[in-house]
Design a binder for this molecule. Structure first.
Ligand code: SF4
Length: 419
């Protein structure tokens, strides 16, 4: 988007049909799991319909789905003007008549609100999880040079970004391919030195070989959110082995203990998968017991889907019927609701810094605007909000002090404290 803008194009990061007519629409697709693929395809079909009705110029498709299934998609969707892979940014720019300028590679046009951004540390993945097609699509792990990441974060801070959310297929692997060591803590220390950045949040880590120096840094550095997102997927040794996760139940429990010891107030988020081949009722019960015991502050879940070309699709049997997968998913999420509510209730009465994300203006003149914000314990998009009622005058991007007054299952309510 930055390249197109520099080339004189007007860019809308997230177009909806209300923004049509547009000269061109670039659709960034996902090819991770069945539901994501379906969503991508449906959006392409809707866009082709708009093109046919003359409300849209060119339809261009990029990203994982397009990288993986280019030939098939070209055949099935002749109305698409061009398909691009995941690293074809210069080709997309050229297609739209804009010369690609490498000097702009660390500059961004954000698709998030102006005060937070995702910072992508690396591309690809060296793991071999049985269910996952990402290494097939994105290739082996390649860390971005630290200098480049610090430069990008510096540009983002100048644009008004206050919160950086660190992402990659596996953030805990950062640096191994560059220097032979995990460099995540060093990178995070460097990011803390950037003026204007107030929060750094760690997402998408991996349990095996988790760099514990990150936890030490988190415990002492106020800019680093006391928050770790670590998709654990399962706890049963039998299922972890079938998933080829390269870790065990005992190692996972030890790691969780380390998290709680190093950073006592930590907000731990995980993602789990139900219905993986080999997950019988006993293994699922083990997962339920684990979730009850570990009391994750945040948790999400997926049902397994058989992805073409993966180890799981080629070699694993014992596939769990769809109805049972769904039922297990619901039982797991129901259990987590209680954990989430207990965690939120434990925060009632505490004072926290809230970063305002959105201002919601109610209809009618009698009620004042509501602010939807987040503390260091809420990641954007996946976690709930801290809701500040009667909070007019607080612009998105500002950080205010508030006291938590009420807990819902996922959201919290708070009152501003006079500054
Ligand atoms: S760590 Fe496993 S699940 Fe995550 S991207 Fe790599 S292969 Fe996929």
């Amino acid at each position: 988007m930055r390249q197109l803008k520099a080339g004189g194009c007007q860019v809308i990061p997230d177009a909806t049909t209300e923004d049509f007519p547009l000269d061109a629409l670039v659709i960034n697709t996902c090819g991770f799991i069945h539901d994501a693929k379906e969503e991508s395809i449906n959006y392409i079909l809707e866009s082709l319909q708009a093109k046919e009705e003359g409300r849209l110029g060119e339809v261009l498709v990029m990203g994982c789905l397009s990288e993986r299934y280019k030939k098939e998609l070209e055949k099935e969707m002749p109305g698409v003007d061009a398909f691009f892979g995941v690293t074809d940014i210069p080709l997309i720019a050229a297609h739209l008549g804009v010369p690609y300028d490498p000097a702009l590679a660390t500059e961004r046009v954000l698709s998030t609100p102006a005060h937070y951004a995702y910072l992508k540390l690396s591309e690809g993945c060296d793991r071999s999880c049985a269910y996952c097609a990402i290494p097939l699509i994105r290739g082996p792990h390649r860390s971005r040079p630290m200098k480049e990441l610090l430069a990008e974060a510096g540009h983002l801070a100048l644009q008004g970004v206050r919160e950086l959310n660190l992402v990659a297929q596996d953030t805990s692997f950062y640096g191994l391919d560059l220097t032979g060591k995990r460099e995540l803590a060093t990178l995070m220390e460097g990011l803390c030195l950037i003026d204007g950045i107030d929060r750094i949040r760690l997402l998408y880590t991996y349990p095996q070989g988790f760099p514990l120096d990150v936890l030490r840094l988190m415990a002492r550095e106020p800019k680093i959110c006391q928050y770790v997102d670590i998709p654990l997927q399962h706890i049963s040794d039998k299922v972890l082995k079938a998933m080829r996760r390269n870790t065990t139940k005992a190692e996972t429990l030890r790691l969780i203990e380390d998290f709680r010891t190093f950073v006592p107030g930590l907000c731990l988020r995980t993602t789990l998968m139900v219905g993986h081949p080999g997950e019988d009722e006993q293994a699922f019960q083990e997962l339920l017991d684990f979730v009850k015991e570990a009391r994750f502050e945040r948790m999400g879940a997926f049902t397994y889907s058989r992805e073409e070309g993966t180890y799981g699709a080629k070699h694993l049997k014992d596939h769990v019927p769809a109805g049972i997968k769904r039922e297990r998913y619901e039982r797991l999420m129901e259990l987590q609701k209680g954990n989430s509510l207990a965690y939120n209730r434990s925060r009632v009465g505490s004072v926290c810094s809230v970063l305002s994300d959105y201002l919601v203006i109610p209809e009618g003149r009698t009620r004042k605007p509501t602010v939807l914000g987040r503390t260091q314990y809420e990641a954007p998009e996946v976690d709930g909000y801290v809701i500040l009622e009667n909070a007019g005058g607080i612009v998105p991007g500002s950080i205010v002090k508030a006291r938590i007054t009420k807990a819902d299952e996922y959201d919290l309510h708070a009152q501003l404290i006079d500054q």
